[in-house]
Design a protein around this ligand. Structure first.
Ligand SMILES: Cc1cc2nc3c(=O)[nH]c(=O)nc-3n(C[C@H](O)[C@H](O)[C@H](O)COP(=O)(O)OP(=O)(O)OC[C@H]3O[C@@H](n4cnc5c(N)ncnc54)[C@H](O)[C@@H]3O)c2cc1C
Length: 629
C-alpha cells in the first residue's frame, strides 16, 4: 500500500492547553504546523477544575497574554464569574481568577485553531518518531500516526498531558482511558523509551460533578464575582467583560464526612497501594486531607458551575478515588448535598510523563535536536502551567528552525521563567504547580505589570505587533514622566493644604513636601491627592495603578532590583558546554552526579540544583576560572 506522507515544519502532539499555545505560536510565526489530538473534542478541554487563573496562575495567564498567547483572550470571551483574589494583601499576590464555561472555552479555542493560517488539525494518535543523526546527535525528522501516515517535520513538540498510558481509578474499578473517558494514547511511551527518553508515572485526581437540581444552595454561602470585572487580556476592552455573572457556593465537610472516609480508606486505590504514580501535594484528594490534617474538623468545599448551559456543578475541594458507593455517602454528609445526584464520579488518573531534567531551559530535549515538550508531560499540573510552557516551546521550536537565538525567560523576568527553571533544574518528585512563594522576586513579577515586563519579548519573538508594543512603550513613558513630576512637585504647607491633610485623617505638613511623599503616606493614593495637585493631566486606570505601586513600594522594589542585579551576575557566569564534572575532584560526588545529570548553563542555574552546595559552587568557579586562563 502506498505510504501516506505529508510535509510540515512543526508537529505538535496534543491539543490541550500546552498544545494549543504551542501550535498557535508556530503557525502565527509563519511555519506550517500540524496539531494532533487523539480526539478533536479534547481541544483545550478542562478535565478538572472549571477555572482559569487564581493565585500565581493568574500571573501566568497575564504573562502568556503579554507574550502574545491566547489563553487570556479566550477566557475573557468565555468566563462565568471573575474575581481578583487577595485584594486585602499587597499587589504582589493579587491574582485574577475566572470561572470558565468549559464547553465554551474549548469550542472557542477550537474555532481559533480552525481559523489560524498555517495550522492543520489532525485527529490521530501519534505512535512513533522518525529520527535522524546529525554530527553524532539525534534529530527529529518526522512523526508517525497509528493509521500509518508519516508527517515529516523539522521540529516536534510533545504535549500529551495526562493521556500517555493513562488509567483511571474509581475505587476498585479501573478503566484504561484518558480524562473524561477519552481514548488514551498507548503507543508513544514505547517509542519515547526507544529514543532514550526516561519516563515516570504521576497521578492526579478530580472530584465528582453533581446535578444542580439536586443541590440545596440555601444551606451554602453564595459567592459572587467582582462588581467591576478586570479582563485577563491586555487586548480585551474592559467594557466587553461586564457581563451577568454566575454564582459559586461555599459549604464544608464535617466529622461525619471524615468518619466515612476513614472507615473506607482500604478501598481507596491510593491507600490500598493500587496507584503507583505520585500525586500533587498541593491539590490533595479529600482522603489525603482527612489523613494528613486529622486535627481539622472541616474542610472548605466550593460548588462551582461547569457552564452556562449545563446542570453540572463541580465540587471543588473533594477530589477522590474512593468507590462510587463511598463517594455518594461522603458527599451526602455535606450541608446542601444531602440529596445530591452524581453526574460524573470522582476519579484518579495515572499517566506517563518525563523527568524534565532531560530538557534544556528552552524545553528542547538535550539529546534530541528539534524535539521539544510542554505541559503535564513535563511533570507539571495545571492548565496555565501547561499553556505557558506550550507558548515557550512553540517560540523556541520556530527559532531553532530559523537559526535564531532561543528565548529563555529568567527567574527575575517572569513566573514563566521560575516555572521552567524549577522544572528543568530542580528535582521534582511530584506534579509541579505554580505558587507565588516559588518566585523570589515576586514584588517585581506582579500580574499588573506583565505587559511592562514582557511585551518587548513578545514583540521580538514576533507574536506582538508593532502597534501593541508601541502602546506599552507609551504607557511606560507616561508612568515614568508622572512619577518624576510627582517627585518634583513640592506642596507648600498652606492653610488650605493643612486643612486637606487633616480632613484625610493625616498629620499636617511640617515643611514643603513632594506629592510623591504625600502619596507614600498610608492614608493617601494618587487619586486621593487630586485636590492639591493642580497640574495633573488625565491618565488611564492602568497607568495610575503602576504609579501608586511604584511610589508606595519604592523601597521594597529598589531592594528587590538590587537582588536581581546580584542574581543576574551569577546567571551571566556561563559554564562551558563541554565541561567534564568527573575531572573536578573538589566537588562532592552527589553534586558531581547532579551537575552531570542537569548540565546547567550558568553558575546561577547550578546553584539551584538540589544537592549542590555553596562549597561545590566555589570549587566549580575556581575550576572554570583556571580553565579560562
Ligand atoms: C482527572 C484530572 C484531574 C486533574 N486535576 C488537576 C488539578 O487538581 N489541578 C490542576 O491544576 N490541574 C489538574 N489537572 C490537570 C490539567 O488537566 C492539566 O494540567 C492540563 O490539562 C494539562 O494540559 P496539557 O496541554 O499538558 O495536556 P492535556 O490537557 O491533558 O492535553 C493532552 C492532549 O494530548 C493529546 N494526546 C495525547 N497523546 C497523544 C498522541 N499520542 N497523539 C496525539 N495526541 C495525543 C490529547 O488528545 C490531548 O489533546 C487534572 C487533570 C485530570 C485529567
Amino acid at each position: 500500500m502506498p505510504e501516506f506522507r505529508e510535509k510540515a515544519d512543526v508537529c505538535v502532539v496534543g491539543a490541550g492547553h500546552a498544545g494549543c499555545e504551542a501550535a498557535l505560536a508556530c503557525a502565527r510565526l509563519g511555519l506550517r504546523t500540524v496539531i494532533f489530538t487523539v480526539n478533536i473534542e479534547s481541544i483545550a478541554m478542562m478535565p478538572c477544575n472549571p477555572h482559569i487563573g487564581g493565585s500565581s496562575k493568574g500571573h501566568l495567564v497575564r504573562e502568556i497574554d503579554a507574550l502574545g498567547g491566547e489563553m487570556g483572550k479566550n477566557i475573557d470571551k468565555t468566563f462565568l464569574q471573575s474575581k481578583m483574589l487577595n485584594k486585602s494583601k499587597g499587589p504582589a499576590v493579587h491574582s485574577l481568577r475566572c470561572q470558565a464555561d468549559k464547553a465554551e472555552y474549548s469550542r472557542s479555542m477550537r474555532m481559533i485553531l480552525e481559523s489560524q493560517d498555517n495550522l492543520t488539525i489532525k485527529q490521530a494518535e501519534v505512535c512513533d518518531f522518525l529520527l535522524d543523526e546529525v554530527s553524532g546527535k539525534k534529530k527529529i525528522v518526522g512523526v508517525k500516526i497509528l493509521t500509518g501516515g508519516i508527517y515529516e517535520c523539522k521540529a516536534a513538540i510533545l504535549c500529551t498531558g495526562t493521556y500517555l498510558n493513562a488509567r483511571c481509578l474509581c475505587g476498585e474499578a479501573i478503566t484504561y482511558t484518558g480524562p473524561n473517558g477519552m481514548q488514551s494514547s498507548t503507543h508513544l511511551s514505547k517509542a519515547l523509551e526507544n529514543a532514550g527518553i526516561k519516563l515516570r508515572r504521576f497521578k492526579t485526581g478530580t472530584p465528582a460533578r453533581m446535578d444542580r437540581r439536586s443541590i440545596d444552595f440555601s444551606k451554602m454561602e453564595e459567592q459572587f464575582g467582582d462588581e467591576r470585572v478586570i479582563p485577563f487580556s491586555y487586548e480585551t476592552d474592559p467594557e466587553d467583560v461586564q457581563i451577568k455573572q454566575e454564582s459559586c457556593y461555599l459549604t464544608y465537610t464535617n466529622e461525619e464526612t471524615h468518619d466515612i472516609i476513614r472507615a473506607n480508606l482500604d478501598r481507596s486505590p491510593i491507600y490500598a497501594g493500587v496507584i503507583e504514580g505520585t500525586g500533587p501535594r498541593y491539590c490533595p484528594s479529600i482522603e489525603d486531607k482527612v489523613v494528613k490534617f486529622s486535627d481539622k474538623n472541616r474542610h472548605q468545599v466550593f460548588i462551582e458551575p461547569e457552564g452556562r448551559y449545563t446542570n453540572e456543578m463541580y465540587v471543588d475541594g473533594m477530589s477522590s478515588s474512593l468507590p462510587e458507593d463511598v463517594q455518594l455517602a461522603m458527599y451526602r454528609t455535606v450541608p446542601g448535598l444531602e440529596n445530591c445526584k452524581i453526574v460524573r464520579n470522582a476519579y484518579a488518573i495515572e499517566y506517563d510523563c518525563i523527568d524534565p531534567g532531560q530538557l534544556h531551559l528552552t524545553l528542547e530535549f538535550k539529546e534530541i535536536k528539534g524535539l521539544f515538550s510542554a505541559g503535564q508531560f513535563n511533570g507539571s499540573s495545571g492548565y496555565e502551567e501547561a499553556a505557558a510552557q506550550g507558548l515557550m516551546a512553540g517560540i523556541n521550536a520556530v527559532r531553532g528552525i530559523q537559526g535564531k537565538e532561543q528565548i529563555v525567560l529568567d527567574r527575575s523576568q517572569a513566573y514563566i521563567g521560575v516555572l521552567i527553571d524549577d522544572l528543568v533544574t530542580k528535582e521534582n518528585t511530584e506534579p509541579y504547580r505554580m505558587m507565588t512563594s516559588r518566585a523570589e522576586y515576586r514584588l517585581l513579577l506582579r500580574q499588573d505589570n506583565a505587559d511592562l515586563r514582557l511585551r518587548k519579548t513578545g514583540y521580538e519573538a514576533g507574536l506582538i505587533s508593532r502597534e501593541q508594543y508601541e502602546r506599552v512603550c507609551e504607557k511606560e513613558r507616561q508612568i515614568t514622566q508622572e512619577i518624576d513630576r510627582l517627585k518634583n512637585t513640592v506642596i507648600g504647607a498652606s492653610r488650605e493644604v493643612q486643612e486637606f491633610m487633616v480632613s484625610m485623617g493625616s498629620s499636617p505638613l511640617r515643611t514643603g513636601t513632594s506629592l510623591a511623599e504625600i502619596i507614600c503616606r498610608p492614608e493617601f493614593t494618587y487619586e486621593a491627592v487630586a485636590a492639591i495637585d493642580k497640574e495633573r493631566i488625565p491618565l488611564e486606570e492602568a497607568v495610575i495603578e503602576q504609579i501608586n505601586i511604584s511610589i508606595k513600594y519604592e523601597g521594597y522594589i529598589e531592594r528587590q532590583i538590587r537582588q536581581v542585579e546580584q542574581f543576574k551576575k551569577l546567571e551571566k557566569r556561563l559554564i562551558p558546554e563541554d565541561i567534564c564534572y568527573e575531572d573536578i575532584s573538589g566537588i562532592r560526588i552527589e553534586a558531581r552526579q547532579k551537575l552531570a545529570k542537569y548540565r546547567p548553563v550558568s553558575i546561577g542555574q547550578a546553584s539551584r540544583i538540589s544537592g549542590v552546595s555553596p562549597a561545590d559552587i566555589s570549587v566549580l568557579l575556581v575550576y572554570i576560572s583556571s580553565k579560562m586562563k
